[in-house]
Design a protein around this ligand. Sequence first.
Ligand SMILES: Nc1ncnc2c1ncn2[C@@H]1O[C@H](COP(=O)(O)OP(=O)(O)OP(=O)(O)O)[C@@H](O)[C@H]1O
Ligand SMILES: [Mg+2]
Length: 225
Amino acid sequence: EKLAAIGEMAAGIAHEIKNPLASMSGSTQLLKKEATNTPVARKLMDIVLRETDRLNVLANDFLLFARPGSDKIESVELSSAIGDTLELFRKNGICQNRITVVQDLAPEVWTEMDPKHTRQVLWNLLLNAAEAIDGTGTIQVSSKTAEDMVQVTVKDDGCGMSEETISKIFDPFFTTKAHGTGLGLSIVYRLLEPYNGRLDVRSRQGQGSTFTLFLNRIDPPGLLS
Ligand SMILES: Nc1ncnc2c1ncn2[C@@H]1O[C@H](COP(=O)(O)OP(=O)(O)OP(=O)(O)O)[C@@H](O)[C@H]1O
Ligand SMILES: [Mg+2]
């Protein structure tokens, strides 16, 4: 309970930080347009913009972690939800000319979830997979049903993880990346909780990683029972 209160307070602060950040970023963007700016001034303003952007991402991530909120639980058809997210992901700069994303999705598989959460969970796993790949590589995303569950797998041929790293990946703020906040997988974990979803990890250093998501399967909506 105490922890929940602290979390709520931290979330409140993260939320309040976003307004001044937006003003700072907006003002700096206006200043940047001044014709009298020297190249050095411009460079410094770019630094301010980059860093306010980073703080904003951090505040958003933290909010998602502290207050996942599920206001819109719906029937979600996973092959199209995943397919749409993958289409966006392939166009993302992190993939361009570098990463091949292959998909093998079972059709007409339904789960009950806030669609925003479905996208966010998958996105965080995809980002990690892409960040684990140095140079060119492949991410394979597949789904299959297993009785009343559906299994979604995100597999990469990136750097993999040591046993020690694996034991910490769900700790909030644990990161091995220079610019990581270490919230990605903590958010995934938090988002899955209300749906009784589960995430399995298999990985070995130098041999890629496989993250498997287990979600509850429901009957296709609209069918008379
Ligand atoms: N697919 C993967 N391959 C190798 N290591 C991974 C993979 N996914 C996660 N990790 C390890 O787990 C750590 C925690 O991941 P998480 O997504 O929580 O944070 P992050 O990616 O470091 O930062 P953020 O997601 O907040 O930008 C990573 O720093 C990395 O060491
Ligand atoms: Mg991450």
